[in-house]
Design a protein around this ligand. Structure first.
Ligand code: FMN
Length: 205
């Protein structure tokens, strides 16, 4: 559990690397996750996100797996479903070179999907370690779009069933740099009124 008093499901979210390879997500659950992304805010409400949905064993999943990096090839295929996030730039006159804000928007939609998974009692782990060009070619993604990241979703599995490297990763201590190095009053100057994390509003009553 996250040590700071932020709201659920932000607080309990983390990225496990051991998924149960027998668990299947229903189409209703997968749809619910996609709806969380669908209702994310975006610049001009352009919704530049697209998701390739790859339930374990589907043709899309089989096309993705050979392109995973070595570090991801053990744990990703065990997840119940993988969503591949794609930024679509070929709409509404958005220029291909204008990647910044659309990519920001896709990241935010993916965050919503990930948090919805956590709220549904599922686990999600995003990953960028795969051959993006190979995946784009294998899945017929057009030049107007760019594959960004994968989101593996499922339930946690038995660490005894996976290579030690993946099991160890599941127990890794989580770290963040101090907030003073993130929150600035002026560039490089920590915002001076940061407070130690207190109880949440709900807990205060
Ligand atoms: C865009 C993106 C790419 C990532 N790529 C990988 C990856 O290729 N392999 C991996 O094991 N984890 C990957 N991660 C997971 C991060 O390592 C993880 O979120 C980070 O260490 C913080 O841990 P936490 O999610 O448990 O808080 C990625 C996360 C994001 C958001």
């Amino acid at each position: 559990m996250n040590p700071v008093a932020i709201a659920e499901p932000l607080r309990s979210r983390w990225s496990p690397s051991v998924f149960d390879p027998e668990h299947v997500l229903s189409d209703v659950e997968i749809t619910r996750l996609l709806e969380a992304a669908q209702w994310a805010p975006s610049s001009g409400n352009r919704q530049p996100w697209r998701y390739l949905v790859a339930p374990r064993g589907s043709a899309t999943h089989e096309a993705l797996v050979p392109h995973l990096s070595r570090g991801n090839s053990g744990w990703v295929p065990r997840a119940s479903v993988v969503f591949l996030s794609v930024v679509e730039l070929g709409q509404d006159g958005v220029e291909l070179s204008d990647l910044l804000i659309p990519t920001h928007d896709v990241g935010q939609a993916s965050a919503h999907l990930t948090l919805q998974a956590q709220a549904m009692g599922l686990a999600a782990h995003q990953f960028g370690g795969f051959d993006h060009e190979g995946v784009a070619a294998g899945l017929g993604i057009p030049d107007t779009a760019r594959v960004l990241a994968g989101i593996a979703v499922g339930v946690r599995g038995n660490p005894a069933e996976v290579p030690e490297r993946d099991a160890v990763r599941d127990h890794r201590e989580r770290h963040r740099r101090p907030l003073a190095e993130t929150a600035y009053a002026a560039w490089g100057v920590p915002w001076p009124r940061l407070q130690p994390s207190g109880p949440t509003v709900a807990e205060r009553r």
